[in-house]
Ligand binder design. Structure first.
Ligand code: GDP
Ligand code: CA
Length: 345
C-alpha cells in the first residue's frame, strides 16, 4: 500500500471540524491504513459564511475548525468558545443595534477583534488565520495541521426567500440571517454566491490539493460549505486533476441531514436529498466530477449499486460521528476505499 503523508480536507464548520477531530485522532493512534503517523493535514475552510457584524469580521467556519481542533470549542453548542459569557451581546441589544440575532460571545469577540485589526492593517485573511492558529493549533499539532481560508477575497452566500410585501415578491438575506434568525424554516428560493466567481484561491490552496496524496470531502454541507470551496475558480480543476485520491463522506443519512440545513440547500439547487444524490452531484472523476470514492451510511446500502452504475465506487459503513473513535473508523473506511485504486487520469 502506498504511504500517504499529505492530506487535504475541504471543510465547512461543525461537520468538517468533527470529522477532522476523528481524522487527527486516527492519525495519532495509527489506525488509518496507509497513513504516515507524521502525516500533515491541510484544512481548506469555507469562508462564504463570513459576515461583518458590529464592525467585526466574523468567520464562523474557520473559527469552528480552529476552536474544535484547539480544544476551545463549546461542546454542547458545537460552535463558539467554551466557558462563554454574553455581556457584550446584552449591551449591544440594549442599544438596539442590529444584528440582534447574531450571537457573539465575549471571548469570541476577542478573536474577531484581533482578526479585524489585522485585516484593517492590511494583512490578508490567510495571514490573519495563520496568526490566530499560533494560539490554537500549532502548540498542539506543530506542522501537523494547517488551516487555510478558501480565498482571501470577500465571498458571501446570500439566500432569496419569499416576501409578499416586497415588490418582487422576494427578499435576499445573508446566509447567516437565513440560518440563525430564520432557522432555515422557509424555502431557499435561490442561492447567490456573491463574489465567488471573481475570487481567487488563497495562497497555498491549489498546491495543497494538487500536491496532496489524499483529498477528503468530509460530511460538510455539499452546497454552502464544500460547494463554495469548489466554486472558487481553480479549486474544482485542482481537485479533478490532482494526482491524489479523492474521497468523500455523505452528510445525508437516510434522506436527511444530521444537523444544519443541507436539505434546504440541496432542494434549492435541485439536487436529490439522499446519499446517492449528493455523491452523483459531486460526480466520479472518471466522468468529469471530483470523487474517486464515496461513503454512504450503513442505512443507505441501496445507494451503493446505483453509484457503482454511475462509475462511482461506494461503500456503506456507519457514518454517525458519535465520538472520535467512530469518526476515525469512518476515516479509515474512506481511505481504504480509495487507497489502492488507480489514480484518476
Ligand atoms: P456548518 O458549516 O457548521 O454547517 O458545518 P459543515 O458544513 O461542515 O457540516 C454540516 C453537515 O454536517 C450537515 O449537512 C450535517 O448533515 C453533517 N453532519 C453533522 N454531523 C454528522 C454526522 O455525525 N454524520 C454525518 N454523516 N454527517 C454529519
Ligand atoms: Ca458553515
Amino acid at each position: 500500500m502506498t504511504v500517504m503523508r499529505n492530506i487535504t480536507v475541504l471543510s465547512g464548520g461543525v461537520g468538517g471540524a468533527r470529522f477532522l477531530e476523528g481524522l487527527l485522532h486516527g492519525i495519532a493512534a495509527g489506525t488509518l491504513p496507509g497513513i504516515d503517523p507524521d502525516a500533515e493535514v491541510t484544512v481548506v475552510a469555507n469562508t462564504a459564511d463570513d459576515l461583518w457584524a458590529h464592525g467585526l469580521k466574523v468567520c464562523p467556519d474557520l473559527d469552528t475548525v480552529m476552536y474544535t481542533l484547539g480544544g476551545g470549542i463549546d461542546l454542547e453548542r458545537g460552535w463558539g468558545h467554551a466557558d462563554e459569557t454574553w455581556s457584550v451581546m446584552e449591551e449591544l441589544r440594549a442599544y438596539g443595534v442590529e444584528p440582534t440575532w447574531f450571537n457573539l460571545g465575549d471571548r469570541d469577540v476577542a478573536t474577531h477583534l484581533v482578526r479585524t485589526q489585522m485585516l484593517d492593517a492590511g494583512y490578508p485573511l490567510s495571514e490573519v488565520t495563520h496568526a490566530l492558529c499560533r494560539r490554537w493549533l500549532y502548540p498542539r499539532y506543530g506542522a501537523g495541521v494547517r488551516l487555510l481560508p478558501m480565498t482571501d477575497d470577500r465571498v458571501e452566500t446570500h439566500v432569496a426567500i419569499a416576501d409578499p410585501d416586497a415588490p418582487s415578491g422576494r427578499r435576499v438575506v445573508h446566509f447567516q440571517e437565513y440560518w440563525v434568525r430564520l432557522r432555515a424554516a422557509v424555502p431557499a428560493e435561490l442561492l447567490v454566491f456573491v463574489g465567488l466567481e471573481d475570487s481567487t484561491p488563497a495562497p497555498g490552496v491549489v498546491d495543497a490539493i494538487t500536491g496532496a496524496d489524499l483529498v477528503i470531502l468530509p460530511p460538510s454541507n455539499p452546497v454552502v460549505s464544500v460547494g463554495t470551496i469548489l466554486g472558487v475558480p481553480g479549486v474544482r480543476d485542482a481537485v479533478s486533476s490532482t494526482r491524489a485520491r479523492v474521497v468523500g463522506i455523505s452528510p445525508i443519512i437516510g434522506g436527511h441531514h444530521v444537523r444544519g440545513m443541507a436539505e434546504q440547500m440541496l432542494t434549492s439547487i435541485g439536487v436529490e436529498v439522499s446519499a446517492a444524490g449528493v455523491g452523483l452531484h459531486y460526480g466520479a472523476r472518471s466522468s468529469g466530477g471530483v470523487l474517486d470514492g464515496w461513503l454512504v451510511d450503513a442505512d443507505d446500502t441501496e445507494a451503493v449499486a446505483r453509484l457503482a452504475e454511475a462509475g462511482l465506487p461506494a461503500i456503506a459503513v456507519p457514518l454517525w460521528m458519535s465520538d472520535r473513535d467512530a469518526t476515525a473508523a469512518m476515516a479509515a473506511a474512506a481511505i481504504g476505499l480509495v487507497a489502492d485504486g488507480e489514480p484518476a487520469p
